[in-house]
Write a protein that binds this ligand. Structure first.
Ligand code: PHE
Length: 419
């Protein structure tokens, strides 16, 4: 199969893996129970989740060449803003959410995420990570990489799939896996959707960051909206002609050198390994894994761009590499963020913990319950100890009380604040 839509937080690879496919085809009904056996991303061990929602929702059973519309299951909340503007494109809610249209499966709550662009917030972990990656490229490539982070996430089926050679019968095209605005338009499911247009425009070094959308279950490591960064570098023949190697090997070597440097920039001196894989748009294709907290963790997917993509987009004599990485997945590790849903939090106990340029500040967990302060005072006897109070508090409120401060004891009266 192609894309075990890897975990939301991860690179969620758009790839083919015959192995997964064969198993899934053979036992579609078991997929949900098998969902812990197949990596959603690329074997991201720190989290016990694996296999994509698409897989758990049996994406393999929808391998028909024409995706069939599914009944919409819409959530009622939250209500989205009626008009957005992204990269100069005006988007009305009615353009994206059309309940009466059977070719549309975008619910309100997904529309409400369009335009939030967490990757463009310098004080948000996703934005901080994006900027750290930008720094790496600016420093090592003399700012040659052009950055796009405001490209509209509503793209054509052609951009999202055809132009990056995703086969017509690929599971990722199904209504089960992808949000369709109509039969020809989707919410991009990867930033690779922009590769071809940018190549046509003549760019040779570029980074595309953006929100991507995949129909998925929701849990601590999966969310149907997440953020990816795509990188592409194109070489002209004079760059490899004296290298003593062929164009593909030259590009693959350069790609590995670049990404190993990036991993060191983000994670320090880590152990790394390259794993061969399959993507429709690259050949050869690789995943980079790093050894982190006693586990091999997949960091990104990449490879040498399929020649067909270059030829079709006016770059016949060139060779190129491309990579795609999931920002939440890396941010969860770098900032110790235990739940992917937190990235969307507007609670200032979350937002106030991160600031521009501070990569890797460790997240301090806070209560799921909104804070509620109670000032209480007691008359106490001489035999009172603080442990007595502790028992009373735990007895009444259990573990809901996170802390208490004994403010003062005045003339036999004790003043306490509970939170
Ligand atoms: N688009 C791929 C994904 O979403 C990642 C990727 C990008 C892989 C570019 C190779 C090259 O999983």
């Amino acid at each position: 199969m192609l894309i075990p839509r890897s975990s939301s937080c991860c690179a969620r690879a758009l790839r083919l893996s015959t192995h997964h496919h064969a198993i899934a085809m053979a036992v579609p009904s078991l997929l949900s129970s098998f969902s812990h056996l197949f990596p959603r991303g690329h074997g991201f061990k720190p989290f016990p989740q694996f296999l994509s929602s698409s897989c758990s929702a049996s994406p393999f059973s929808s391998l028909s060449s024409v995706p069939s519309p599914m009944p919409n299951r819409r959530s009622k909340t939250p209500v989205a803003a009626a008009l957005l503007e992204i990269g100069g494109v005006k988007i009305a809610k009615d353009d994206v959410v059309r309940e009466s249209d059977p070719t549309n499966n975008v619910p309100d709550n997904i529309f409400s995420k369009i335009g939030l662009q967490l990757h463009r917030r310098d004080n948000h972990p996703v934005g901080i990570l994006k900027n750290a990656i930008f720094d790496y490229f600016d420093t090592n490539y003399a700012s040659k990489f052009v950055k796009f982070d405001d490209l509209c996430p509503i793209v054509s089926v052609q951009q999202n799939f055809d132009e990056v050679l995703v086969p017509a019968d690929h599971v990722s095209r199904s209504y089960n896996d992808t949000y369709y605005v109509n039969a020809d338009t989707v919410l991009r499911c990867h930033t690779s959707a922009h590769q071809a247009e940018l190549l046509r425009e003549g760019h040779s070094h570029f980074l595309v960051t953006g929100d991507v959308y995949r129909r998925d279950s929701i849990d601590s490591t999966h969310y149907p909206v997440f953020h990816q960064m795509e990188g592409v570098r194109v070489f002209s023949p004079d760059e490899w002609k004296d290298s003593g190697t062929d164009a593909t090997s030259y590009a693959a070597m350069d790609l590995k050198k670049c990404l190993e440097g990036l991993a060191r920039h983000l994670f320090g001196a880590v152990e790394m390994r390259w794993v061969d894989t399959y993507f429709p748009f690259t050949n050869p294709s690789f995943e980079l894994e790093i050894y982190f907290q006693e586990n091999w963790m997949e960091v990104l997917g990449c490879g040498v761009t399929e020649q067909d993509i270059l030829t079709r987009n006016g770059r016949k004599d060139s060779v190129a590499w491309a990579f795609g990485l999931g920002l939440e997945r890396l941010a969860m590790v770098l900032f110790d963020i235990p739940d992917i849903r937190l990235f969307w939090s507007t609670d200032q106990r979350f937002t106030s913990q991160f600031s521009e340029g501070k990569l890797g500040v460790k997240f301090k967990p806070f209560s799921k319950f909104p804070p509620c302060y109670k000032d209480i005072s007691f008359w106490i006897s001489d035999s009172f100890t603080e442990n007595n109070l502790c028992e009373v508090v735990r007895g009444v409120a259990g573990d809901l009380v996170e802390e208490w401060n004994v403010r003062e004891a005045v003339q036999g009266k004790l003043y306490v604040t509970l939170r």
